[in-house]
Design a protein around this ligand. Structure first.
Ligand code: HEC
Ligand code: HEC
Ligand code: HEC
Ligand code: HEC
Length: 105
């Protein structure tokens, strides 16, 4: 009986831990400030459009892209974003692919 209770407590604990991770969905919107025009990225909408978080968060964690994409540890963020964003929009045939559709002054 005692053993069962311990198991139950552990199960509840693990359960809450999972909920806590899943509920950190990050910012609803991210604004990239760029000289040629700021880019507004609707993160919440994209979470609905793209089934798997790992399509974008490709390293298994949820650190900011820029923490790696600084041009030394990983390709510069400009290239990483341009490739990630534009390639998917091209592939899907939906979403902006022209400079001024993303970069709005
Ligand atoms: C279409 C691409 C894309 C998808 C899909 C996506 N994200 Fe993101 N996410 C981003 C980008 C871009 C940022 C901004 C990172 C930056 O500013 O460097 C971000 C930021 C975040 C952050 C904040 C990181 C930080 O510390 O600044 C979290 C947390 C996060 N996302 C979680 C998720 C989760 C959970 C999912 C799936 C439900 C998800 N994301 C789906 C692209 C995406
Ligand atoms: C923990 C470090 C790390 C994080 C965080 C990270 N990346 Fe990367 N990324 C890399 C490394 C290293 C490479 C190069 C090796 C490879 O292709 O896997 C890469 C490659 C890429 C590439 C292909 C190379 C290119 O320039 O086309 C894209 C696109 C990309 N990352 C986008 C993103 C996006 C978008 C995010 C945030 C949602 C992100 N990465 C977060 C480390 C990271
Ligand atoms: C894996 C696929 C994928 C990636 C990666 C992706 N998008 Fe999208 N995005 C879409 C799709 C699909 C749509 C079209 C939605 C529609 O029209 O129904 C879209 C639409 C958009 C739109 C127009 C609608 C809106 O939300 O205002 C913008 C702006 C946009 N994306 C910006 C970005 C930026 C910036 C990035 C990179 C940081 C990015 N996207 C990365 C799939 C993607
Ligand atoms: C799908 C959206 C999208 C499209 C289309 C796009 N960009 Fe970008 N661009 C971004 C994002 C997101 C960043 C932010 C990168 C960062 O903060 O590192 C960016 C950054 C930049 C930067 C700034 C680099 C820096 O280091 O400050 C320049 C310059 C740029 N883009 C030029 C262009 C040109 C020219 C085109 C058209 C040929 C274009 N972009 C099309 C999303 C886009």
């Amino acid at each position: 009986m005692k053993k069962l209770l311990v198991l139950l407590v552990v199960a509840v604990f693990v359960g809450t831990a999972f909920v806590a991770v899943a509920s950190d969905k990050g910012p609803a919107e991210v604004k990239f400030e760029v000289k040629m025009g700021n880019v507004t990225f609707n993160h919440a909408a994209h979470q609905g459009l793209v089934a798997d978080c790992a399509t974008c968060h490709h390293t298994g964690g949820f650190e900011s892209c820029k923490s790696c994409h600084d041009g030394t540890k990983a390709p510069k963020s400009k290239d990483a974003f341009h490739n990630s964003c534009k390639d998917c929009h091209k592939k899907e045939g939906k979403g902006p692919t022209k400079c001024k559709e993303c970069h709005v002054k």
